[in-house]
Write a protein that binds this ligand. Structure first.
Ligand code: AMP
Ligand code: GLY
Length: 438
């Protein structure tokens, strides 16, 4: 039987999912709030709808006779879209609302770690009373990370001693309209992501990735959804050792064991500190951009993972190309604070594809939060498209990504050229060596 897969979401992450399913023996349909031209190209059908409306998603799933669904972003998960699909008899690869709380409620997430003795939990306190939170900031000996408990698209966290001082911290807390915040010890080190496919109690991990949250080169400026990311030809990254990667895997395993019946992708964001690894957060889905590093390097058929998950079978062991990847996002001018939406984006897909011919590697293009209309492709308020270089080393993959980026067309768009460059990777290595006192 040919499977019919409904993909929910229209960002770069979902284009990467669509690309990996396009080679499988599946009919692909997709729905999103924006018409992503890359997904529309490989899908048999594309419906523009509100993906946080479970009824709308289920209606479309029924209309196309979906036998499986993959929910990409967190907002539909938080809105109960996986629950509604499951209930309608369409297995959703993505956790139900209650399990997605591991991402959607940071206060729940920290308490969950504490109650279940999950290793790597930083010291934290949660507050509903913002004045009490300000008092805690005054009394705390050291820097804190201030985290709204709910979803903020990665843009709500402020770190003292890095982005803000004590007075700014208190002003941020007082002036926000957050109902609940988490204050936790500031972690110092290098961040990395490990994502795992999870279902039927099985955990299948993927190589570590490092994202770049800050908007500008040299890690300056406000936090974004992620400006780009890289992975190495091995499971770990150049600034860490395999044992540290395995520690992260143990944390993910412990979370899955404690969360009864989790299904979908579990994403762990870690800080490698001088004292070992600590958990920055968990997400209930693939990372964006990280999915664009992970899925192109996956040799195992993603559809086999999905059907095994649905059928209650053991998940297949994953096989990865031993290749490094570098992903760079092109974002609208002004992103993330004051993004220019509604601007025409011209992307030269053929020139990007031609880059692959020139190198011993591959250049890939992923459309993100752009909207295809009759007369062209337009920016929204979020990231526009990404290019990914795949090659034997991070340096070679970076060169491919840069070439692809310049040929794709970057008019009116901004990017971080430093991501994956030897200099910046070396800075990460030196930073860890310094923290370790080497
Ligand atoms: P989150 O939304 O939890 O991923 O936080 C966004 C970003 O804020 C992370 O990627 C980190 O760069 C930073 N961050 C979050 N928590 C901490 C912490 N406890 N210490 C230092 N930085 C943090
Ligand atoms: N890259 C960070 C995220 O997907 O949340």
């Amino acid at each position: 039987m040919t499977e019919t897969v409904l993909l929910v979401g229209g960002g770069g992450r979902e284009h990467a999912i669509a690309r990996s399913l396009a080679d499988s023996d599946a009919q692909l349909y997709a729905c999103a709030g924006n018409k992503n031209p890359g997904i529309a190209q490989v899908a048999a059908g594309f419906e523009t709808l509100e993906t946080t409306n479970p009824t709308a998603v289920v209606d479309y799933a029924r209309q196309v006779d979906a036998t499986l669904a993959v929910v990409g972003p967190e907002a539909p998960l938080a809105a109960g879209v996986a629950d509604a699909l499951d209930e309608a008899g369409v297995y959703a690869f993505g956790p139900q609302e209650a399990e997605a709380r591991i991402e959607t409620d940071k206060a729940f997430q920290r308490r969950f770690m504490q109650e279940n003795d999950i290793p790597g939990c930083p010291d934290f306190e949660t507050f509903d009373d913002m004045e009490a939170a300000c008092e805690y900031v005054d009394e705390y000996d050291g820097d804190l990370a201030i985290k709204p408990a709910g979803l903020t698209g990665g843009k709500g966290v402020r770190v003292m001693g890095d982005q803000i001082d004590t007075e700014e911290a208190k002003a941020y807390i007082r002036n926000s309209d957050y109902d609940r915040i988490v204050l936790e010890e500031r972690l110092v080190g290098e961040e990395f992501t490990v994502q795992a496919f999870v279902a039927n109690g099985d955990v299948r991990v993927t190589p570590a990735v490092q994202d770049h949250k800050r908007a500008y080169e040299g890690d300056e400026g406000p936090n974004t959804g992620g400006m780009g990311s890289y992975s190495d030809a091995s499971l770990e990254l150049p600034f860490m050792i395999e044992e540290e990667y395995m520690e992260a895997v143990d944390v993910i395993q412990a979370v899955v064991d404690a969360l009864d019946g989790y299904k979908g992708v579990l994403y762990g964001q870690f800080m490698l500190t001088a004292e070992g690894i600590k958990v920055v957060e968990f997400n209930a889905r693939f990372g964006d951009p990280e999915a664009m590093n992970t899925l192109p390097a996956l040799n195992t058929d993603f559809l086999d993972v999905l059907t095994a998950a649905r059928d209650g079978e053991e998940l297949p062991q994953l096989n990865f190309q031993r290749q490094a990847t570098v992903c760079k996002y092109a974002v609208p001018d002004g992103y993330p604070t004051d993004p220019e939406s509604g601007a025409l984006v011209k992307v030269d897909e053929d020139s990007v594809a031609a880059v692959s011919e020139e190198y011993d590697g591959e250049a890939l293009l992923f459309y993100a939060s752009v909207d295809e209309r009759d007369d062209g492709i337009y920016t929204t308020t979020s990231r526009s498209f990404a290019v990914v270089g795949v090659a034997d080393s991070i340096t070679d993959a970076e060169e491919i990504a840069e070439d692809a980026l310049s040929l794709a067309g970057d008019e009116g768009l901004r990017m971080r050229h430093d991501i994956g460059k030897a200099d910046l990777v070396q800075q990460r290595i030196d930073h860890m060596a310094e923290l370790r006192g080497e």
